[in-house]
Design a protein around this ligand. Structure first.
Ligand SMILES: [Zn+2]
Length: 118
């Protein structure tokens, strides 16, 4: 049942008007293309500084490295201070991570936990 809900949400990511889904998809295409070594879109962005400024706020998915403009899913990953930061103490701390989609979030094997806003 929950898998069906997430499948529907994945489709809504692309089609939703209220979430600017189509705009987000267009922004992602431009961002991904502009990261290529030879990108005509990156050159075109130099002629559109206002658009380039908007796109400069984009990020990358912590799992798949795909570009995104709007944060789709805010997560945390708990890291061990001793193991990951070489700091004494047994504590773990949450570190913010951003994912591009529910498709990435629903992949097995990662240690990201979704953050719910109230
Ligand atoms: Zn992703």
């Amino acid at each position: 049942m929950s898998q069906d809900v997430f499948g529907i949400l994945t489709h809504l990511e692309i089609l939703s008007v209220t979430d600017n889904g189509l705009e987000e998809q267009a922004a992602r295409l431009i961002l991904m293309d502009s990261r290529k070594e030879c990108s005509l879109l990156r050159e075109a962005l130099q002629l559109r500084p206002a658009l380039a400024a908007i796109l400069s706020h984009g990020g990358s998915c912590a799992l798949c490295s795909q570009a995104f403009l709007t944060t789709w899913l805010e997560c945390v990953q708990f890291i061990s201070l001793r193991k990951d930061m070489k700091v004494s103490g047994p504590q773990s701390v949450p570190v913010r991570a951003l994912l591009c989609s529910y498709s990435c979030f629903n992949q097995s094997g990662h240690m990201y936990y979704g953050v719910a806003s109230v």
